[in-house]
Design a protein. Structure first.
Length: 181
């Protein structure tokens, strides 16, 4: 029996940015957890990023409000961005003066942005975080420390013969230089 997850959405309509530019920011946050998506939107250097940040906050607030009204239990920390769309809005037709009394037409694009957040489905009996006992951590740390000490001593043994050969080469080098001169 599959449990249906509830989705919560927020829309920002008639935004003065092209859909292509809005999609650049939306692709960064799609599928991420809400907290990570908020941080990403806050530090993205695009003009539309603050609008998307505000919209994401609105979607989370909608989730809190609807869950409170319906009596459903929603874990805000478990929410993620399910869908992030930037659809075309109406276009404003404008005219730019051109040489010899002519006019060039161009379009100012508008965007409708839709964000949907949902709760990640939890698997029954699936543990998401495991805490190791303190004693186990110390045993693991002791084992790692023993391995590090053993690696250092073996590295010293390997380096010592090389030092002798370097010293032997240094004594031979001046003799070779004297024969060439």
């Amino acid at each position: 029996m599959a449990v249906e997850t509830k989705e919560y959405r927020a829309e920002a309509r008639f935004q003065r940015v092209s859909p292509q530019k809005a999609r650049l920011v939306l692709e960064l946050i799609k599928g991420r957890g809400v907290q990570e998506a908020l941080e990403t939107a806050a530090f993205t250097k695009k003009r539309i990023a603050p609008v998307i940040h505000k919209l994401l906050i609105s979607a989370v607030d909608n989730a809190k409000y609807v869950s409170g009204e319906q009596g459903a239990d929603v874990d805000v920390d478990n929410l993620y961005v399910k869908t992030a769309l930037a659809n075309d809005g109406p276009r404003m037709k404008r005219i730019r003066p051109a040489p010899m009394g002519r006019a060039f037409r161009y379009q100012r694009r508008l965007t409708h942005i839709v964000l949907t957040v949902a709760e990640r489905p939890g698997v029954a009996g699936f543990v998401t975080k495991v805490e190791e006992p303190v004693a186990a951590k110390t045993e693991v740390q002791k084992g790692a420390k023993k391995k590090a000490v053993a690696a250092k001593t073996s590295a010293k043994k390997i380096e010592e013969p090389r030092a002798e050969t370097d010293a032997a080469k240094a004594t031979k080098a001046p003799k070779k230089a004297s024969k060439k001169a």
